[in-house]
Design a protein around this ligand. Structure first.
Ligand SMILES: [Zn+2]
Ligand SMILES: [Zn+2]
Length: 374
């Protein structure tokens, strides 16, 4: 996986390329590297690469996953079904050349890995931080239990396709301006299978798969964040002809919290105190995800003072330990005073006098300079 080339590079398009740009680039590459034109030793590899890049970048969801996680994000999403990519390729190619080339679509006989599924799961802030186990309902296709994926009613057998005589493909010789070519296409009757079902299975009506909704338990490890992807191996769509099933990817989104804000693995909290607590100092209770904690407010605490509670933040996802809780003290100025409070504030005002402000130590701008290292 690691030596794979960047998909954007393969199609030589910009990362911001529009869907239209991607399509245009793909067509350009198809023309350039078609095996009937490009004779390099790496021709096969080139086509495969171009197809794979297009398959991912032309699909908004897959492209998003690729942008976010690179090749790992779309692992198995491309190249898993070799037949599918190639028939697209042939379609586009026929658009240019009128299907005149003997481009082999071939019958899809080999095992094909199942598609990956995506499930979007919104979790509470606390669940993301502390971890949780969630139950999700996922609908996927499963091999039909009645016919065991054959498509034919049990007791009957599919018969050899009369159109292609079991080969899965139809050959036609064609005359074009570029010469004579054998045009090989997938048999339209059996869709390349070589066999046709005469008595379809009653449960799946010959589709071989049935939809099934299942409940799955997902373990949310502590420390996940928006966009974290959890892989449930083999819980995706079933494979075909003995191919492995795809994976289920659970994409986490974290709901915002009323009072906590997350910054990487630290949690930010605003802690309101009153004027008296700021002046005289106090012990106040601060909410944390681990329950309330007593916090010491020093006498003469200024608004905006930061306090750090070590180890009360978010657990690191890929290593041990936790982030911190970062508290910003906010001094709330009372807006409504009782008569008694009003009297006391007036007395206080007289006692303090106008010059008291200068005695408070460094002024506002001095503190700002200090805070920003100016
Ligand atoms: Zn069936
Ligand atoms: Zn056929």
């Amino acid at each position: 996986m690691s030596n794979k080339r960047d998909y954007y590079e393969i199609l030589s398009v910009d990362r911001n390329a529009s869907a239209e740009d991607v399509k245009r680039a793909y067509r350009r590459m198809v023309k350039q590297y078609h095996p009937d034109i490009y004779k390099g030793d790496d021709a096969d590899h080139r086509i495969k690469e171009i197809n794979e890049a297009y398959e991912i970048l032309s699909n908004p969801e897959k492209r998003g996953a690729y942008d976010r996680f690179g090749h790992a994000g779309v692992q198995g999403a491309a190249g898993g079904a070799p037949g599918a990519g190639f028939s697209d390729f042939a379609d586009i190619f026929e658009e240019f050349f009128g299907g005149g080339f003997g481009f082999r679509r071939g019958a899809q006989r080999g095992p094909v890995r199942g598609s990956d599924l995506r499930y979007n799961l919104a979790v509470e802030f606390e669940e993301a931080v502390l971890g949780a186990e969630k139950e999700i309902k996922v609908t996927r296709h499963e091999t039909c239990p009645r016919c065991e994926g054959v498509g034919a009613e049990p007791g009957t057998t599919p018969m050899r396709c009369p159109t292609c005589n079991g080969s899965g493909e139809v050959r036609q010789r064609q005359q074009t301006i570029l010469g004579s070519f054998v045009n090989v296409t997938t048999c339209p009757r059996c869709r390349g299978e070589g066999e046709v079902v005469t008595t379809p299975c009653q449960q799946c009506h010959g589709e071989r798969v049935v939809e099934n909704t299942r409940r799955l338990r997902v373990k949310i490890p502590p420390g996940v964040d928006d966009g974290t992807r959890i892989r449930l191996p083999n819980e995706g769509e079933p494979g075909m002809r003995g191919g492995e099933p795809g994976n289920l990817y659970v994409f986490i989104s974290v709901k915002p919290h009323k009072i906590f804000l997350r910054s990487e693995d630290d949690i930010l909290l605003e802690l309101p105190i009153n004027v008296a607590q700021a002046v005289l100092g106090a012990e106040v209770e601060a909410p944390t995800l681990d329950g309330p904690r007593m916090v010491k407010i020093a006498p003469g605490t200024q608004p905006g003072k930061g306090l750090r509670l070590r180890g009360l933040g978010v657990p690191h996802l890929r290593k041990s330990g936790r982030g911190d809780m970062l508290i910003t003290v906010n001094v709330r100025i009372p807006t409504q005073l009782s008569e008694e409070q009003n009297v006391l504030f007036e007395q206080l005002s007289e006692l303090l006098g106008p010059e008291s402000i200068d005695k408070e130590g460094p002024g506002f701008f001095d503190r700002m300079k200090e805070a920003f290292g100016l």
